[in-house]
Ligand binder design. Structure first.
Ligand code: FES
Length: 143
């Protein structure tokens, strides 16, 4: 008897865990499947894209990292903007600075040219992925 008494709480716990797991699966389906995050998790969207910030915050000859959106925007020449993924192509760190004409990764020292995202200094071997932005009403919009 003592042996069966010891097993009952374990079985009940397993049943409760299984039921909780089914509840989680059912909860995911209310958001349209596991691949779609709930609407609150979506980044804010401006008309025609995601607004990143003021164009005036991106210096000429430099750039700005928008870490939340994982995008870096540069302005190699006055009025000309470029944008790239902020994910370093070496091992996936997020670039954290734009100085001296390059976009810089803090992890192993890779540097990428602000005009085209090409590698200026390794160990990265591939350029940063290009993104598309436009300036509307003084705001940078990721399209
Ligand atoms: S992850 Fe950027 S240099 Fe290694």
């Amino acid at each position: 008897m003592t042996r069966n008494d010891d097993l009952e709480p374990t079985v009940a716990r397993r049943t409760a865990i299984a039921a909780a797991g089914l509840g989680l699966v059912a909860g995911c389906s209310t958001y349209g499947g596991a691949a779609s995050p709930p609407p609150a998790a979506q980044p804010p969207k401006a008309a025609g894209g995601t607004e990143l910030g003021a164009a005036a915050d991106v210096p000429v000859g430099g750039g700005k990292v928008f870490a939340d959106q994982q995008v870096v925007v540069t302005q190699p020449e006055a009025g000309t903007f470029a944008a790239f993924s902020a994910i370093c192509t070496h091992q996936g760190c997020t670039v954290d600075a734009v100085t001296g004409g390059t976009i810089n990764c803090p992890c192993h020292g890779s540097k990428f040219k602000i005009a085209d995202g090409l590698v200026a200094n390794g160990p990265a071997a591939q350029p940063l992925e290009k993104k598309t932005v436009k300036v509307t009403g003084g705001k940078i919009v990721l399209t």
